[in-house]
Design a protein around this ligand. Structure first.
Ligand SMILES: [Cu+2]
Length: 455
């Protein structure tokens, strides 16, 4: 017991008895650890059971367990939670043990796990272990493989982990609502041999999305595609922690997608190799180099690279996914000269200004008045000014002098002399252009393909 308490303290998690469980029952059920803030908690070494190299859940944590008669016992509590999406905005979500996503479950190939799930929501739920090989009756599909977990009840799932890999868990009951509210988590099965698939730093996160009207805090749960907050582990930039590593280290990033659309995850700097999918580890001979890996809905991808010093952006390459909640009705104003109109309006509305006539970068620099509990659309500041990003964006920060196991945000990168883009201040020659065609514009001959009338 003392041992486990030390472990909890090391993890920074608050240990609370599950309120729904009676004193007598508490002896039978493992305690449910609760954690409520959004800081990345570097996991402690496993306190018992088989050894493994723990993963770092971005802006998240791993769930402590207890060993009972050789079985690794976890206790998940499905419940409403408050999640800070980024400083300045909190959302009313549903999750597990105080957070959305819920804590990461980590265990080892060959482990027998027993996972208790207590339902503290206002409706039924169940948990599906996405991608984990198990008996059909443990698969967690309400109505198909089990009755729903009623409000206030606890269910027990038990199976042996057959194969190492990167997996997820999420409800299979009122799925659209429960996932739109943030119910999900990572399930990592480590290899039995700690030398297998070994890396120096192993990060994991889930792609998720919310539709939260600016000025409010609760997601709209019937949204199908038009989400306005694109998040990693229910955090939006600048609320997403950096991926910190030391030069030369082997780094793995594991990404799962539980949104309703695909996300091409792009990393600047070092090329990476896709080393794992939901189906397991890719043999070395079959790995391929990439700078972007598309993660489809319901998929997992693990990729690895050798860290190179610098600040390397990592983000979804759909550019509207690197923005926070915005009005989609904003008209495109590029090239529109509205000086006169603006002056007239300013006479009526003091302080009125026009935005976007030269592009929208200005919006990243200005403190726009926003409703309460709303994130700026494009925000974040780097050593050279506003970054103008939001949503699914973070930075891989690699430095020469980072200690093993140190995940703190380092100071700005010091670029070696001669390696930094800078303003050209010399003479600018007049551009020479080809002369404009004289008289009538040259006739452009357009030949339409035949046989396609009606297109
Ligand atoms: Cu995306």
């Amino acid at each position: 017991m003392t041992h486990r308490r030390t472990f909890f303290r090391a993890a920074g998690a608050t240990l609370l008895g599950a309120a729904a469980v009676s004193r007598a029952g508490a002896a039978l059920l493992p305690e449910a650890a609760v954690h409520t803030d959004a800081a990345t908690l570097p996991p402690p070494a496993p306190p018992n059971g088989r050894p493994f190299n723990p993963i770092v859940t971005l802006n998240g944590w791993s769930l402590p367990w207890r060993m009972k008669d050789g079985v690794k016992e976890f206790h998940l509590v499905a419940e409403p939670v408050v999640r800070e999406i980024a400083p300045g905005m909190k959302a009313n979500l549903w999750g597990y043990n105080g957070t959305s996503p819920g804590p990461t479950l980590e265990a080892v190939e060959g482990d027998r796990v027993r996972i208790f799930v207590t339902n503290k929501l206002l409706e039924v739920t169940s948990v599906h272990w996405h991608g984990v090989l198990l008996p059909s009756g443990m698969d967690g599909v309400t109505g198909l493989t089990q009755p729903p977990i009623e409000v206030g009840k606890t269910f027990m799932y038990e199976f042996v982990l057959q194969r190492p890999g990167t997996h997820m868990y999420h409800p299979h009951a009122d799925e659209m609502v429960q996932m739109a509210m943030g119910m999900m988590g990572l399930f990592i099965i480590h290899p039995r041999d700690v030398r297998q698939h070994r890396v120096d730093r192993d990060f994991g996160f889930i792609l998720n999305a919310y539709d939260i009207e600016p000025g409010s805090a609760t997601p709209r749960v019937n949204t199908m595609l038009d989400f306005n907050l694109w998040t990693w582990n229910s955090r939006a930039f600048p609320g997403i922690d950096p991926f910190v590593a030391r030069t030369g280290e082997r780094v793995r990033i594991r990404v799962g997608n539980l949104t309703m659309t695909n996300h091409p995850i792009h990393m600047h700097g070092p090329h990476f190799e896709v080393t794992g999918t939901d189906g397991g580890w890719v043999p070395k001979s079959a790995r391929w180099p990439e700078v972007t890996t598309d993660v489809a809905v319901g998929q997992m991808r693990a990729f690895e690279f050798n860290a190179i010093a610098g600040d390397w952006a990592i983000h979804c390459h759909k550019s509207h996914h690197t923005m926070n909640a915005m009005g989609h009705g904003v008209p495109t104003m590029i090239g529109v000269d509205h000086c006169d109109v603006a002056k007239k309006i300013a006479n009526l509305v003091p302080g009125y200004m026009v935005m976007g006539d030269k592009g929208m970068h200005d919006m990243a620099e200005m403190e726009m008045p926003l409703p309460d509990n709303t994130l700026p659309m494009m925000t974040g500041t780097g050593p050279f000014g506003p970054v103008g990003m939001g949503g699914m964006f973070s930075v891989v920060k690699v430095r020469d002098d980072i200690a093993r196991g140190d995940f703190k945000d380092p100071s700005p990168y010091q670029h070696p002399p001669g390696t930094l883009a800078s303003e050209y201040t010399g003479e600018t020659p007049t551009a020479t252009r080809a002369p404009a065609p004289q008289g009538d514009a040259r006739t452009l001959q357009v030949r339409k393909p035949s046989g396609h009338e009606g297109h």
